[in-house]
Design a protein around this ligand. Structure first.
Ligand SMILES: Nc1ncnc2c1ncn2[C@@H]1O[C@H](COP(=O)(O)OP(=O)(O)OP(=O)(O)O)[C@@H](O)[C@H]1O
Ligand SMILES: [Mg+2]
Length: 661
């Protein structure tokens, strides 16, 4: 960046409303002209040459001349050339804007295809980038705006950006610097930690709000608890009364115990009577059982003899069937013998006869001769006799066997018969015995003799004695009922007293809770007070910081002072960064002359800070009579009614009257 830029000359051609103008500048140059003569256009041209914008920082403005109907006047070039002395070295910057006319094929007329800008540095054409780089090396755009236009800082910038620049100028003022500057702020060091003062203030206020809310919620709770406390009960008195009633109840209970002893004895006697009566029943049952045992015996015998009779009957039946069996077998055997006999006679009556085929040889089928026939006949006859005797023998053997068997069975039958005779006789005896027992059983009569049972008679006597005793009327004690009623009433009263006495404990608990809440309220109040103290300290910090800042910043300016906080209608304060002249804010009430001088004062400081001085264009310079000193080049744009054309005057000392126009 350079240190000093001086505008030596400016040449405008077809720039906005100016057809052609060539101006030479000195350290102070006055450009006079009536309204609309093109004073501001000169500043616009200088701004456009450097940054493609007009003096008001607007990039979209009509650079090319317009006709009366607001149409661009075509086919002329717009040019601005500036001769600058940068740190003593002359540099010529030029920018030419040309329209691009192209004649399309087959069309008679050329068409406008936009505009091109060519850049020159010291008559050497440059690319846009190179040109911009050069300008940036001479003066960055944001600094150019600040140091060439006295109103830019105060009217075109946001207060936050203004403040930032001022902070840059005075250098860093840390929170620690602020705290160290005032003894009262010391505690803030720990409170702040890593927080900013704004964050701390916010957190203090949030906590304070919460604590206040907490504290406010306590009183209604205390009120409620106070209402719940029963303070109309004399607990001491109640305790005394309770003791009295308890002792009264005890007294009645003792009396009642004595009375109830009579009843106890009656109960005991009744119990005893019941015992005796059940004992009597036991004896009766015992005796009855004893007398009934004879009949049981008969029943037992009867049962046993019935069984035996059934056995005998079964035995008789089985022997009878055995006998029948033997009889049937004998019959069969006798039939066999009869048949054998018949067989024997038949066999015995058989005689030999020569068979027909006995005369022919069975082998050669030729008849035997007579001798042979005789021989053969004898042989056959012998055979026949032998066979017959064999068969007869066999039949005789079989017959004698069968006869033996018949004998055996006959013997068995006689055995069966003699056994049957014995059994039937026994059965007869047993049946007689059974009949005898049955009639004994049917006619049995039990005899119970309780008169001779001593124990039974004794028990009877005891029962009689007890019953006579118990039948005697018991004297009813009317006092018992009275005592019981008294006791009941006293107990009810005691219950009421106990109920009330419970309140003593409840009251104690409630009062303890009230105390707790009151303590909490106190603690909260203390915490709130502490926070308020902290909040106050934060405010003190801010005030101190502002004061330090202000004094530090204001020391950098000759006339202007800065306001960093402004009071709001609602009583609060709002951050700000407003230039003041004699306490009057720049943006509102300040007069035009003062505004220009404030702007120059600010430019002086900024130029010192950025270490660069550039020409200051002072529009409406006629509004101030005395301009404050500045080391920068001054270009006064003065409204002058008599100058219908721009008039340029270079002088180191401009007459105040002249300026006033
Ligand atoms: N592109 C343009 N083509 C033609 N004329 C233009 C163009 N732009 C602006 N003008 C005219 O140029 C004239 C000069 O304007 P300029 O603002 O420079 O005047 P001025 O001297 O600063 O006036 P004032 O004293 O009122 O500030 C104006 O009348 C304006 O209408
Ligand atoms: Mg103007």
């Amino acid at each position: 960046m350079s240190n000093r830029i001086v505008l030596k000359g400016l040449y405008l051609k077809n720039f906005k409303g100016i057809k052609e103008l060539d101006i030479d500048f000195e350290n102070t140059t006055n450009i006079y002209g009536d309204n609309g003569t093109g004073k501001t256009t000169v500043f616009d041209a200088f701004a456009w040459l450097l940054f493609d914008k007009d003096s008001q920082n607007i990039s979209k403005f009509d650079v090319q001349p317009l006709d009366k109907s607001n149409n661009i006047i075509h086919r002329i070039d717009t040019e601005v050339t500036g001769s600058l002395e940068i740190d003593g070295v002359k540099t010529v910057l030029r920018k030419i804007l040309k329209e691009k006319w192209v004649k399309p094929k087959g069309k008679p007329e050329s068409e406008l295809k936009g505009v091109t800008t060519t850049y020159y540095i010291d008559d050497v054409p440059k690319k846009q980038g190179e040109y911009k780089e050069k300008i940036n090396s001479i003066i960055p755009e944001d600094i150019f705006k600040l140091v060439t236009n006295p109103l830019y800082f105060s009217t075109n910038m946001k207060w936050q950006d203004r403040k930032k620049i001022l902070m840059d100028i005075i250098g860093e003022l840390t929170d620690e610097n602020v705290i160290d500057s005032k003894k009262d702020l010391k505690p803030l060091k720990d409170l702040l930690g890593n927080k900013s003062i704004e964050e701390l203030k916010k957190s203090i206020n949030a906590s304070r709000k919460k604590l206040i809310k907490d504290r406010e919620s306590i009183q209604p709770r205390i009120d409620e608890l106070n209402m719940a406390v029963k303070d109309d009960i004399n607990f001491q008195q109640l305790e005394v009364k309770k003791q009295e009633i308890v002792s009264k109840i005890n007294n009645i209970e003792e009396q009642l115990i004595d009375k109830s002893k009579i009843n106890d004895e009656v109960f005991k006697k009744k119990d005893k009577l019941y015992g005796f009566k059940s004992k009597l029943k036991d004896i009766e049952r015992d005796e009855l059982r004893k007398s009934g045992s004879g009949k049981d015996k008969i029943a037992e015998e009867l049962y046993s003899i019935t069984g035996e009779i059934a056995d005998i009957k079964f035995h008789v039946k089985s022997i009878e069937s055995e006998k029948n069996n033997n009889l049937n077998l004998i019959k069969t055997l006798e039939t066999d013998v009869k048949n054998l006999r018949k067989e024997w006679y038949e066999e015995n009556n058989k005689s030999f006869e020569l068979p027909e085929d006995a005369r022919i040889c069975p082998l050669c089928k030729r008849p035997f001769d007579d001798e042979d026939v005789e021989k053969h006949k004898q042989e056959l006859e012998e055979n026949f006799k032998q066979n017959k005797s064999k068969v007869l023998k066999e039949i005789t053997r079989k017959g004698s066997n069968k006869a033996d068997e018949i004998e055996k069975h006959k013997k068995k039958i006689s055995e069966n018969e003699s056994e049957l005779e014995g059994l039937l006789k026994k059965l007869d005896d047993f049946n007689n015995k059974k009949d005898e027992l049955q009639s004994k059983f049917d006619n049995f009569k039990a005899v119970v003799d309780l008169n001779s049972n001593k124990e039974y008679q004794n028990t009877l006597k005891q029962i009689e004695a007890l019953e006579t005793e118990l039948s005697r009327p018991i004297e009813k004690d009317s006092q018992v009922d009275i005592l019981k009623e008294k006791k009941q009433n006293l107990q009810m009263e005691l219950e009421h007293i106990n109920q009330d006495l419970k309140y003593e404990e409840i009251n104690d608990r409630t009062n303890a809770r009230i105390k707790e809440l009151q303590d909490k309220e106190k603690a909260l109040a203390q915490q709130i007070a502490d926070l308020e103290k902290q909040d106050f300290m934060c405010d003190e910090f801010i005030k101190t910081k502002v004061k330090l800042m202000e004094s530090s910043i204001n020391s950098k300016f000759k006339y202007v002072k800065f306001r960093f906080f402004k009071a709001q209608v609602n009583g609060g304060i709002e951050e700000d960064c407003e230039p003041l002249i004699d306490g009057v804010p720049f943006s509102t009430n300040l007069n035009s002359g003062a505004r220009i001088n404030a702007g120059i004062d600010i430019i002086n400081t900024l130029s010192n800070h950025y270490e660069i001085k550039a020409p200051i264009f002072i529009d409406n310079r006629e509004s101030t009579t005395r301009l404050i000193d500045t080391e920068s080049q001054i270009i006064n744009l003065v409204v002058s009614g008599m100058d219908k054309k721009l008039r340029v005057e270079n002088s180191s000392e401009v007459e105040e009257t002249e300026l006033a126009g």
